[in-house]
Write a protein that binds this ligand. Structure first.
Ligand code: SF4
Length: 218
């Protein structure tokens, strides 16, 4: 019988044993995690780090400062993150929502239950499911699974999902199979990202040395 829980726990053990804890998400506060989650859309984390460093150096990494800064000025500061005009607008949309609906109180917003908060985040212009789930899991400590391109690729290559699988199908695959443990969902996503970066490359995956070699081969 197809035992999804056993299969997913097996991959988790393989990756954790090989890579150890990933200490993800880097950020000094839930606020910084939200900013990072929006900035990391379609770009590598090293570019996000530079953009966040610029925000810190300019003394504007705070809800009030981001709320009042003109969007063009914000775009100039976050330029290293790429797509900076769009991302500046997205940050402004998020903070517009936060100030209009929650008086600028991020903690109060993040205290809402998972499904209510997820629905609200997804209603904000520029916040898609991956960004919403990253905010929920890493800033809000909610037991949701973050799905990304690497996760889909790995499941496809191991014959667990079709190549064109949707975000929600993959999220359900994990969340319907595993206990809703925040620490594990946190670590599992980070391990899959590391696997995608180091072994399960888009071209020429390094299967021979990969800790997931033989996974789901029974
Ligand atoms: S690199 Fe190969 S063995 Fe490793 S996860 Fe990707 S397809 Fe699987």
């Amino acid at each position: 019988m197809f035992d999804r829980k056993r299969i997913l726990l097996d991959l988790y053990s393989r990756l954790y044993n090989a890579f150890g804890p990933r200490h993800w998400w880097p950020g000094d506060s839930p606020f910084e995690v939200v900013v990072g989650a929006i900035l990391t859309q379609n770009t590598a984390w090293r570019n996000v780090k530079k953009a966040i460093g610029n925000l810190k150096a300019a003394g504007i990494l705070s809800p009030d400062a981001l709320q009042h800064l003109p969007v063009q000025d914000l775009a100039a500061v976050i330029r290293p993150a790429g797509y900076y005009n769009i991302k500046a607008l997205r940050l402004k949309h998020f903070w517009g929502f936060l100030f209009q609906k929650n008086g600028g109180d991020l903690d109060r917003l993040l205290a809402e239950d998972l499904d209510t908060l997820r629905g609200k985040l997804l209603s904000i212009n520029g916040i898609g499911p991956e960004t919403a789930d990253s905010i929920l899991l890493y800033a809000g400590n909610k037991p949701t699974f973050v799905v990304d391109t690497y996760t889909k690729r790995i499941l496809f290559r191991h014959r667990l999902m079709p190549e064109d699988v949707s975000y929600d199908e993959v999220r359900s695959f994990f969340m319907d199979s595993l206990e809703p443990k925040i620490a594990m969902f946190n670590e599992y996503h980070a391990l899959l990202v590391h696997l995608g970066h180091t072994f399960c490359l888009k071209k020429n995956p390094k299967c021979r040395e990969c800790p997931a070699r033989g996974w789901n081969d029974e």
